[in-house]
Each structure stands twice: as structure tokens, then as C-alpha cells.
Design a protein around this ligand. Sequence first.
Ligand code: ADP
Length: 620
Amino acid sequence: MAAHQFQAEVNQLLQLIIHSLYSHREIFLRELISNASDALDKLRYLSASDEAYKAISFEPAISINFDSTNGHLTIADNGIGMNEADLVENLGTIARSGTRRFMEAMAQDARKDANLIGRFGVGFYASYMVADSVSVVTRKAGEDQAWLWTSDGKGAYDIEPAARDGHGTTITLKMNDDGREFLTRWRLQELIKKYSNHIAFPIWLDWDEDEYDDKGQKKDSTVHKHEQANSAQALWSRPKTELKDEDYVEFYKNITDSDEKPLHWMHTKAEGTIEYTTLFYLPEKAPFDLYHADYKPGVKLYVRRVFITDDDKELLPPYLRFVRGVIDSEDLPLNVSREILQQNRVMTNIRSASVKKVLGELKDLSGREPDKYKAFIAEFNRPLKEGLYTDYANKEALLELIRFKSTTQDGWVSLAEYKTRMKDDQKAIYYVSGDSEDRLRQSPLLEMYRKHGIEVLLCSDEIDELVMPMVGKFGDLELKAVNRAGAEKEFDDQKDEAREKEMAPVVEKLKKALGARVKDVRLSARLSESPSCIVVDEHDPSMQMLNLMKSMGRGADMDVKPILEVNGDHALVTKALLSVNETVIADIANVLLDQALLIEGASLKDVAGFVARMNRLMTS
Ligand code: ADP
């Protein structure tokens, strides 16, 4: 028996892992399975590419055997295996840069944040969190001699000759008290499903189960069970031509843990300087936590088919948080941490290409399958608008994707469609914003637009208040809110100066009567039936914006006064013009303002006063 000392760093690493990863000790299985899978990958590659290995034919598989009576867990593969020199090199020293980086990060991270650390692939040594001792029996493909490596992880290891049928590696963990919890079929199945379901090789679970006779009495004998625990298919790594719709749907159910069908999917294999595969799904219905701050991200990151994380909100930008699926990179290191991910050039490239892919696919979908796109918009229009607010680089693409309700069309319309319907001399794209689509449709602000057949977009999402002013333009066309002073310039050519002069006295009277309640009173160019409406000044925040700010605890002391616009053709306004009775004028002025506020959805501060004035006016 040959005794060896671990390289000093291995001892440090062992201590570090045991102390800091302890609450994540279940990852030991992921690490061992990943090593087994790598060993199978290597041999498969050699047997396909190297003359010396061509003779080897093998059925790659991983088998996991547990024995709860004796406290053993074994993980075996028929992969490349190791000879004596390999064992010393691989399991006695730290050659990998990833492990070094792990140790450096650990040394720097004072908090020893277990979540952060849990994302590092720490490899074989993770076994010592759950085992008192580990033995490795291994035989290298193409060689006759097998070897046994053993260690309790306390500074030294032994290597001696051994026997093994065929090439490959069998790792046996003698579980410690904390490791015994893993010696059940359910726990192992759970971990394999969670971390290794899409390892491309079958993972077999083997165990002996007590036998019972017909009367339910335990017999002396046991029966051997053998069951495949993973799907053994990294579905996304298979060629598209091999995959049927059912396969995609099944996989969607698998990753979403649901019985729902996806609305659409896109499967992309990128080959070039950076190699990766993405499989993205659009859900049929918005996830329940879409608007929760602590939503669960829907995209999982794999590195070469090994699961890395499903809890990274930065894999795609937050506005695409409804997308479900997988990113599998060939170029990222397995032991990539969250911090490293965010600055990693490979990841940044994958991310921005993925966003372009999703947005591009949506664009195609809108043309190719309008009904599907409609269904998508009904659920996800709002997150796309968030994108306009946050993803400047993709603004143009997003502007083409968002949809609106409209005063002249049923269903959803795009800005491009709006543009094609514009009047020859129309100056801008008009929209009206407020908190309910129904109320917006009734708004007196729309009367003149309706009369002239000008389409107005209805913006009833809260976020529109932020997004629309920020977007500002679609191509060279301005987006204008009709409830703002300035938007009525559209109707400037209908201005009647004589009429304005004639109505000037009533404007003055009303302004005087309303005093501090309004910023201004104007003769309206946009009303045709209603007597009055309110608008906000060109650069003032709208009423909805103010509410939004207040709900976020801001702008509490801001008091933005509306501008009252009155319809010179309306009888109520004419009545005020002709009247000399101060009370009547004051009543009319306040009723005109209160009505307009009510229609906007505001609540009146003095309801009793409003009712009294109405009654006086009706009976006078
Ligand atoms: P990593 O797998 O990340 O390189 P590990 O500490 O887990 O780090 O393993 C170190 C090395 O030991 C591996 O790179 C590999 O060469 C070798 N090894 C581990 N497990 C096996 C196995 N099942 N079969 C063949 N070689 C293995």
C-alpha cells in the first residue's frame, strides 16, 4: 500500500468546503454525477475519434447504489477511468483553475455567503461533507490494471492495486451521520431529478428492498430493484429535426412542474466564437408571480448539460421574466459563480443574443400567426412596455411589438398600423391615458378626434404613464397625450379668432369664479358635445402620474392644478356668458369643473356642494 500526502491546498480546500458549503451538502451528488458524465463523454469521444480506442464498444451509463443498512453509497460509471498516475494527479492535487478561483473567492468573501458558494462546482472533494471515508476503484480504458484509492480526507490517501471488471470508476462513500439522509430512494431520485435530469446518459438507481410474504410478514430475503432515475436526454441538445412537438411540450411541463402547454417555443443552436444552445418557451398564461418583486426566474442555466442555476434573475432582462427555458453554454466554466456570471463576457453575449432572439421571434410570430400573437399580447403586453422603460438598446424592436387598444379599431393595434391609418395632414400619434379602458372611451377629450375621424390609442396600463412620455416618438412621429395642453394644436386650423374674442368674457368670468381651483380656463378646440374637460399643462404630470407617484410615497406635496377647457357651443357655457348673476356664474363654473373631474375618474372633495349647485341650476 502506498501512502500519499494531499497537496497542502487540497487540505485547505477540504476544510473550506466542509465548513462553508455545509448547508448545501446535497450538491456532492451533482458533482459526482457530473464527473461520471464527463468520464463517459471523454471515452465516447475517444472511441469515436481515436484509433487506439475504436475497439471499445460500450453502453455509457451511470449507476448509483445505496445500502442504508451499511451506510454506503456508490456512484459507478463505465467511462474513461484513471490509472495510478491519474489518481495522484487528479485526486491528490488541485490542478484546476476553477478550484483555485473558488478558494480565492472564499478567502475574500467575509460573509461566506452559502448561496454564493453553493454555485461553485467544487468537485470530488464535496463528498467529504457527507462521508467519513471515500474509496475509488478505477480502471483506465485500454489498460488491464485497476486501482483502489482510499482516504478519510484528513491529509493523506492510499493507492493500491485492485481488480475491476471493465473500464470505469466506482466511487464508494461511507456515509457519516449527516450523509445517511441521502440513503433513500426518494431523496436520491429527488436530487437526480433536480440537478442531473438532463445529463445525457442514463442514471440507474439500484437498491435491495425487504421482501414481504402474502400476509405482510417480512421475509429473510431481499429483492433487488433497478430503476432509471433521469430522463437521460438533454432535450435541447438534440437536433431540432429529431424532436416532435410532443417532446417540446413534455419538456415544458417538466421544467415548469405544471400540466400547462406552452404557447410557443424557440430552439436555437449558436455555433461560432461562442457556442451555446437555448430553448425558450412563451407560456400561455402569465405566471402568478409576474408582478411580484420576488418572482421566480424561468430560465435555467446549464454548462455542457450540467445544471448550474435556476435562480439567476439576470440570465434574461427582468422584463422577459415570463420566458421559460434553458440556456446551455459550451464555453462557461462549470464552477461559475453568480458574480462571475454577471461580468462574464460569454454570458453577456449569450444574454444579448437571447433577447434579440426572443424579440425577433415575437416579431415573426406577429406576422405569421396573428392569433397566437394576440394571445401573447393579452398576457404579456405590459412586461414588454417595461422593456421600453429599461432596455434602451432594443427600443425600436419593442416599439414594434407592443400593442394598444384604439378608438377606431377592435382588438389590438400596433403603432405601425396606426401610422398607415393616419390622416394626410395629421401631425402626431395621439393617445389618451387613464386608469380604465371603458372610462377612456367615454372621455370628452376624444370628441373632436372622433368628429374628424382621428384614431386615438387608449393607454390604461399604469405603466403607460411612465413609458409613453419617455418613448416620445415612433420613427419621426411624435406621440402626444390628448389630455395635455398642446395636443389640440391638431385642430389649430379650425381656430376661430372672432369666436374667441366673443367668448373671452365668459372665460374671464369662469376663471375668476374658480380662482385657485384651476391653473387656467380656455376655450376648447377639442370638445364638440360635452360642455367641459380638463387637461394638464404641457409639462405638468398627469393626474394618473401624480397618483402613481403618491402610491410610491413621492410627490405628496405636489399640487398640480388642471386646466379647464370649455365648449363655447354648449348651452351651459352660453348661459354663463349671458348671466350677470355672480352665484349663477359660480355655480356653472364649479359644475363645469366637477363634471370634468368626475368623467376623468377623480373623486370630488365637496360632493354635497356639487349636488346643491346642480339643483340650483336645474331649478333657476
Ligand atoms: P473537476 O471534475 O471539476 O475537474 P474534481 O475534483 O471533481 O474536479 O475531479 C478532479 C479530476 O478527477 C477530474 O478532472 C477527472 O480528471 C478526475 N475524475 C473525477 N471523477 C472521475 C471519474 N468518475 N472518472 C474519471 N475521472 C474522474
